[in-house]
Design a protein around this ligand. Structure first.
Ligand code: ATP
Length: 420
């Protein structure tokens, strides 16, 4: 079964309100094995709303509308849904009774305007709203379902969970959706695509989507199965093939961030890390320390922005800075070695570069960054040229630094436990 969600309300077409209800509904529907194939946001306009519901009803087997069930003139959902279905509406006296008693419980009389909320589409079932006055509606015809749900999130959540979910569970065949995210570093989107497309295009289930983020590519896998173990089997089968093809470019298959993946490896190898950051200004430390428990492997970071600090805190020779310039491979190396020696960490990172937007020269353009890693294996330095805004350059530098640590830890693990 495929579903379609229509979020109704002119306020949702302004920069001030976001449609979050459809995220909740999508998650719930996915859990039942129902794929959401369209989402529409439409304002409080009779013609547009009727047209949107009619189109959705024509092309999707499950349609859910959100909002527009209030008592005022601009709450048009009931009326437009009835018109789109070619149905009439009539007053449901039991709904009048329950809306009246809700007002009575608060010591007031129901305003006449609220009678609009007691209009029920002929053939629909009213869905009680314990958290508000707007009843929902459930309409079924020829195997298709239309649900009208209220807009306020607490009303929608409780109505969906108590009244809609049990009905859907009864109707739908046992089905499940499983998702998995594979995260890749060190490849461009097209580089990753060249490796994985020949594999994932062989599958219609799972469905694979490739997404690019700064310094990272993600593969989102979604499988459909008769039940949870079937869906899990489908996603695991494709994931294993993709992981094998991508080799060490994959750093996580469970949604973990790069800093989290590196943290787990450091902890399991009982290794520690420290950093000397110039152009990243502590961003690397910020990312690493955002992971709970990072104190067990991260010693700290020196933000050594000035040449004086590079010399006084990390022992970078003034003559080296003078001869090579602060943004250079030998200085990145000296920073990595200096922080390693000073802190006693297993691994030391040194980062120096031109984050821009000013400060670039033809020899040392904006985006040029050197990253050094000192550790049991010796010292490596990578020269990188990143493009984009200052924040993107800084982020990418930390991404490379974390990846260098990850690869060094992988080599170390192989060295400690060589493959038979
Ligand atoms: P009411 O009886 O409260 O008027 P309603 O069903 O008519 O209920 P709306 O008036 O359309 O709902 O929306 C009420 C409030 O609910 C909105 O101001 C907004 O804060 C929230 N809301 C509506 N739709 C959404 C949505 N799709 N996602 C998140 N919040 C929403």
């Amino acid at each position: 079964m495929t579903a379609e969600i229509i979020a109704i309300g002119s306020e949702l077409l302004t920069p001030h309100r976001t449609d979050t209800n459809s995220l909740f509904l999508t998650e719930q529907l996915n859990g039942l094995g129902v794929d959401v194939v369209y989402k529409t946001i439409v304002g409080d306009d009779r013609a547009r709303l009727t047209e949107t519901i009619a189109l959705a009803w024509k092309r999707s087997s499950l349609v859910i509308t959100i909002g527009g069930l209030g008592p005022t003139e601009d709450d048009l959902t009931r009326e437009c849904a009835a018109r789109a279905l070619g149905k009439t509406m009539s007053q449901d006296d039991s709904l009048v009774g329950s809306i009246e008693s809700r007002f009575r419980a608060r010591g007031t009389k129901m305003p006449a305007i609220n009678l609009r909320q007691a209009q029920r589409i002929d053939g629909a079932v009213a869905l009680p709203n314990p958290k508000g006055t707007a009843p929902g509606q459930w309409f079924e015809q020829e195997g298709k379902i239309l649900m009208l749900l209220p807009g306020p999130p607490r009303e929608l959540y409780s109505m969906f969970l108590t009244a809609c979910l049990p009905r859907l569970r009864e109707i739908l065949p046992m089905a499940a959706i499983r998702k998995r995210v594979l995260k890749i570093v060190g490849l461009t989107e097209s580089g990753a695509e060249a490796i994985v497309a020949p594999i994932y295009t062989q599958y219609t289930n799972p469905v694979t989507t490739i997404l690019a983020a700064p310094g990272e590519v993600q593969l989102h896998l979604k499988s459909f199965g008769a039940d949870e173990s079937d869906a899990e089997g489908q996603v695991a089968g494709l994931s294993a093939r993709l992981e094998q093809a991508l080799g060490d470019a994959i750093f996580s298959n469970d949604g973990a961030s790069l800093e989290e993946a590196v943290g787990r490896m450091l902890a399991s190898q009982k290794a520690s890390l420290a950093a000397a950051e110039s152009c990243t200004g502590g961003l690397l430390a910020q990312r690493i320390t955002s992971i709970p428990g990072s104190s067990s492997y991260f010693l700290g970071s020196v933000v050594c922005y000035s040449n004086d600090w590079k010399t006084s805190w990390l022992d970078v020779a003034a003559a080296l800075l003078q001869a090579q310039g602060a943004v250079s491979a030998p200085v990145a190396q000296a920073l990595a070695e200096g922080i390693c020696r000073r802190s006693g960490a297993t691994y030391g990172i040194g980062i120096t570069g031109v984050a821009g937007p000013a400060g670039g020269t033809p020899e040392k353009p904006v985006g040029l960054v050197y990253i050094g890693l000192a550790g049991p294996h010796g010292v490596d330095v990578q020269e990188k040229r990143y493009f984009g805004e200052r924040e993107i350059i800084r982020w990418q530098a930390t991404q490379t630094a974390l990846d260098m640590v990850r690869r060094a830890l992988m080599r170390q693990a192989q060295f400690a436990h060589p493959a038979p």
